[in-house]
Design a protein around this ligand. Structure first.
Ligand code: SAH
Length: 193
């Protein structure tokens, strides 16, 4: 018997929107950056996108995050496509000398971990500036922003005032935000051209 009824529909999360957008900019063979490896969701997504010939460079300051990301990549058979770096994204230019087509940031703290280890205003801003200078024309930067934890609003305030002033000749900055969900994170997309 075939059951009748509505299909189960799942709403897209903020991270899904980030993936949808990045998927439009990245092709097989590209080099890309995961600026906040965390539990490895973006690294796995990016590693699939860039294919066998592409490379992902993933940063995180926490050993726990690097280990979790490594395990997830191993499980998915994607570890050979990703270079894991236990260092801050503010130092990304020490590791990458060529241009990249996408950089993804997911701010805040590692879920299920020490909530005092968070991304911070100064290093996030430095990381975003470094990312924008490493991007190809035609590349994209995404930042998933959380303002609900201590320090989150200040981090966003600093980032927003910098991004608002980016020259529109070279950058377009797009804000993607749920209007009817107060606590949800939101997404910033910067296109470079
Ligand atoms: N809030 C998200 C996950 C963010 S994970 C969620 O709920 O899904 C953010 C990651 O950034 C953490 O693993 C943290 O260790 C890392 N991080 C903090 N500061 C960093 C820095 N300067 N450079 C790179 N990673 C950093």
């Amino acid at each position: 018997m075939i059951a009748k009824g509505c299909a189960v529909v799942q709403f897209l999360k903020t991270l899904d929107f980030a993936h949808l957008i990045v998927g439009r900019f990245v092709k097989a063979g590209d080099m890309v950056i995961d600026a906040t490896a965390g539990n490895g969701q973006d690294s796995v997504f990016l590693a699939k996108l860039v294919g066998e010939e592409g490379r992902v460079i993933a940063f995180d300051i926490q050993e726990k995050a690097i280990t979790a990301t490594k395990e997830y990549l191993l499980q998915e058979g994607l570890l050979s496509r990703v270079h894991l770096v236990q260092d801050g994204h503010e130092n990304m230019q020490n590791y990458i000398k060529t241009c990249v087509s996408a950089v993804m940031f997911n701010l805040g703290y590692l879920p299920g971990s020490d909530q005092s280890i968070i991304t911070r205003s100064d290093t996030t801003l430095q990381g975003v500036k470094a990312a924008l200078s490493l991007l190809f024309s035609g590349g994209v930067l995404t930042v998933v922003v959380y303002t609900g934890h201590p320090g989150g609003q200040e981090e966003w305030d600093g980032l927003e005032s910098y991004l608002k002033k980016l020259d529109k000749k070279n950058f377009r900055v797009f804000l993607c935000k749920y209007l009817n969900l107060k606590k949800s994170p939101f997404l910033v997309v910067v296109e470079k051209f």
